[in-house]
Design a protein around this ligand. Structure first.
Ligand code: FES
Length: 129
């Protein structure tokens, strides 16, 4: 259930990243990629979030209609992604527009890109598995 910012009273939508189940509350207007960075979820961002790479590809399992619509540019870049589905979005382009809960499944290509960008985390995960 979304809540309010304790300081401002502004609504704080919730984002859950699967399969880990990591959750975070963020202000309206935050992108899924920004939320993942704050939550330390494993969403890749090879281009730095400027809609040029598709490594932030996620599947929006809940809250798709609460996101800003995809632009023509996002749809063009999505053509580079693997296993594109009706629920696919680029995390860097998906601004949360409503006080809601958004559930995101990180695509395998995005997780791989994240681990390529953060080899220290890949090594740490190897040690604990
Ligand atoms: S981070 Fe490159 S397209 Fe989103």
């Amino acid at each position: 259930m979304p809540t309010e910012d304790t300081d401002t009273g502004d609504p704080m939508p919730r984002v859950r990243f699967e399969p880990e189940g990591i959750e975070i509350e963020v202000p309206i207007g935050t992108t899924i990629l920004e939320a993942s960075n704050r939550a330390h979820a494993m969403v890749g961002s090879a281009c730095g979030g400027v809609c040029a790479c598709s490594t932030c590809h996620v599947y929006v399992k809940q809250g798709l209609d609460d996101l800003a619509p995809a632009s023509d540019r996002e749809e063009d870049i999505m053509d580079k992604a693997f296993d594109v589905r009706p629920t696919s979005r680029l995390g860097c382009q998906s601004k949360i527009e409503s006080d809601t809960t958004v559930v995101v499944e990180i695509s395998p290509e995005s997780r791989k890109a994240f681990l390529d960008e953060h080899p220290e985390i890949r090594e740490a995960l190897k040690r604990v598995s």
